[in-house]
Design a protein around this ligand. Structure first.
Ligand code: PLP
Length: 387
């Protein structure tokens, strides 16, 4: 058995990031400043996005994007139950009502026909999640949204570098929100970015992310800036710091290499598990795309095993292999189940997946040995607990 615990994810931060952070600290300018401005521009260029603003997290970005889209009490927002709770929490936080549309049990993406069934006169927006780093079927979704005049707010937390039909997520006529949490494909420690074709929307988010202060408030400490400022709305404190952007500048340069490394690892997993009874392997979407492989999420085939998914994860841990749970279906959490009276099977595909899914170790710096240990552990558990 391996000696050291293998986490399911680990950020790949190198000397370049450390030197850039040190440079910010030595410069005396630690918080929002020139590096955030540079990172924002470079990130927008990478995703072929028109306008962008950097924040303290993707959760903050989703929250402020909903406010900027004027989503509030009385409005309904359609999203997937197979996501991180933040996607849904922000809908509650702005006073709107989350409406779930079930997923495809193979690709784990929200189904466009299920979204269509949930549209009412109160529907104001749709939040698709590009689950695990492959894109939802954006063309039919945008067409549907156009017909019903719905805003599309892409939860792109998994999909920095994802492409749909040859175009990057971030380049479509929507609002896209990316995450730079340490487990994501690139990191700024914590951080997020809102990207849109809509300049007014990005201005509204920029205003709300820093106290509702007009214009480049950070420049007021600069020689060229004016010390006066105005407050145009009661805003939040959701800005990104320069020491975060310092990491981001270098992570962005390494991102394509990270994604390639993730893809290579996934292909090795898929090959190693091809004939293993007890696992159902992730399926790719049928339309042209570039998968960013944020997560590798097979389903534990609990009908063919004597143990459930949680026990499977426990057995992996006994072998010093970490795994993740992405995700427990959001409608099954106490708050949502109680408030809306949801039963697990109200979204049967999400429930099915929620009981079976696990994320195996996948990160750019994992070694062949790490991966071989994982494969060996998974296969041994599947054999030992086979029905
Ligand atoms: C990570 C994640 C978020 C939140 O991102 P933060 O930057 O941690 O706020 C939102 N949605 C999904 C699907 C995520 O995976």
């Amino acid at each position: 058995m391996r000696q050291h615990f293998l986490p399911f994810a680990k950020p790949a931060v190198g000397d370049e990031e450390i030197a850039e952070i040190a440079d910010s600290i030595h410069s005396g300018w630690i918080t929002t400043g020139p590096k955030v401005e540079r990172f924002t521009k470079e990130f927008a260029a990478y995703v072929d996005g028109r306008f962008a603003t950097a924040l303290s997290s993707a959760t903050a970005g989703l929250h402020l994007a909903l406010l900027a889209l004027k989503v509030g009490p009385g409005d309904e927002v359609i999203t997937t139950p197979m996501t991180f709770a933040a996607t849904v929490n922000v809908i509650e936080l702005v006073g709107a009502t989350p409406i779930f549309a079930d997923i495809d049990p193979g690709t784990l993406q929200i189904r466009i026909d299920e979204i269509e069934k949930k549209i009412t006169p109160r529907t104001k927006a749709v939040i698709p999640v590009h689950y695990a780093g492959q894109p939802v079927d954006l063309h039919p979704l945008l067409e549907l949204a156009g017909t019903h005049r719905l805003a599309v707010l892409e939860d792109a937390a998994h999909s920095v570098g994802t492409e749909y039909k040859g175009k990057k997520i971030g380049s479509f006529p929507t609002v896209s929100v990316f995450s730079f949490h340490p487990n994501k494909n690139m990191t700024t420690g914590e951080g997020g970015m809102v990207v849109s074709h809509d300049e007014k929307l990005i201005e509204a988010v920029s205003l709300l992310k820093f106290h509702g202060m007009d214009k480049n408030a950070w420049k007021r400490f600069d020689k060229a800036g004016s010390p006066r400022y105005d407050i145009l709305a009661p805003g939040y404190k959701f800005n990104m710091m320069d020491i975060q952007a310092a990491m981001g500048l270098h992570q962005l340069r390494k991102l394509d290499g990270f994604i390639e490394e993730r893809r290579r690892r996934v292909m090795r997993y898929q090959e190693a598990f091809r004939t293993v009874a007890g696992l159902q392997l992730p399926k790719e979407v049928p339309y042209p795309h570039r998968h960013a492989w944020h997560l590798y999420t097979p389903l534990v085939d609990i009908d063919r095993l004597k143990i459930d998914r949680d026990a499977f994860m426990f057995e992996l841990k006994q072998k010093n292999i970490g795994s993740g749970l992405h995700y427990s279906a959001v409608h099954e959490f106490s708050y949502y189940a109680k408030k809306y009276g949801y039963q697990p099977n109200d979204f049967p595909n999400a429930h099915f997946v929620s009981e079976r899914i696990l994320s195996l170790p996948l990160f750019p710096t994992m070694t062949d040995q790490d991966q071989n240990d994982t494969v060996e552990a998974v296969i041994e558990i599947c054999r030992r607990f086979a029905r």
